[in-house]
Design a protein around this ligand. Structure first.
Ligand SMILES: C[S@@+](CC[C@H](N)C(=O)[O-])C[C@H]1O[C@@H](n2cnc3c(N)ncnc32)[C@H](O)[C@@H]1O
Length: 246
């Protein structure tokens, strides 16, 4: 990986309200205004990880870059570096993260959790998505690509989070990053509540879609997290980002 220079901004390196405003500014403001996106785009590890993802992710570029920065320059400093994605769909972003982690910390696990058969039943009063959305995913195709790319660190976990996460938890993981990208209230609420005790101190809880106009149920779940845990955000662009246990 080439050396990526984070912008040198004036905000002090202080934890206030459970997050580092400086770290959030470095990533968000850096990507938007200070040439960080160009640096990431030119990075060989980033380029190779994008290639590994095979165009199989719905994620927008700024979010993928932010995840790259978190994995390479921020979660890298934590004591636990396992990664979990709640909502992987075709698995492109999981392949991306597994490629990055294989290069940096091959012993860390990357869990890609999804039904791989589409959305479960949703709550019509909160969610715009309905059961069966995103059904065009394939566990088998993802497993085949993972094996072809020799990403032994990637564990594909098929089924409802509510059924599959307890077995992951029994392995006592320590997550540096939890990427929550499941669009609906029930999945987001379950993921954020259950993953919290397994986050490394300062671990990153990152939401892909809680700011999306099609995901008010996800927004509601995050609002509850903020109220229950009295948290401040470390970043709101390109992602909503929180830190666990600071
Ligand atoms: C927007 S897609 C994920 C996109 C993916 N991260 C990407 O980069 O392309 C949301 C996914 O969440 C999954 N999902 C939602 N609730 C779930 C639950 N309770 N258990 C398992 N999967 C769930 C759906 O099956 C769907 O594939």
């Amino acid at each position: 990986m080439a050396r990526i220079e984070l912008p040198n901004i004036g905000t002090p390196d202080t934890i206030i309200g459970g997050r580092s405003a400086r770290d959030g500014y470095q990533r968000g403001w850096g990507l938007m205004h200070a040439g960080l996106a160009e640096q990431v785009a030119a990075d060989r590890l980033y380029q190779a990880a994008v290639e590994a993802s095979g165009g199989w992710s719905l994620m927008v570029e700024a979010k993928r870059m932010n995840l790259f920065l978190i994995l390479t320059l921020f979660a890298d400093r934590l004591e636990g570096r396992d990664v979990i994605e709640f909502g992987s769909f075709r698995g492109g972003n999981a392949l991306f993260m597994a490629h990055v982690m294989k290069a940096l910390h091959p012993k860390a696990k990357v869990y890609a959790c999804d039904t791989y058969a589409g959305m479960p039943v949703t709550d019509a009063a909160r969610d715009l998505h309905g059961a069966g959305d995103f059904a065009e995913a394939s566990y088998e195709a993802l497993a085949k690509r993972r094996d072809k790319l020799k990403l032994k660190n990637l564990e594909i976990v098929k089924g409802l989070f509510q059924d599959t996460f307890p077995a992951i938890a029994r392995k006592q993981p320590k997550f540096g990053l939890a990427h929550i990208d499941c669009d609906i209230y029930s999945g987001v609420k379950y993921a954020q509540d259950e993953v919290w005790p397994f986050m490394a101190k300062g671990g990153y809880v990152v939401y892909d879609d809680a700011d999306a106009p099609s995901c008010i149920g996800a927004t509601e779940a995050v609002e509850q997290l903020v109220m229950e845990r009295r948290l401040h955000s470390e970043q709101v662009w390109p992602h909503w980002v929180f830190r666990a246990g600071l």
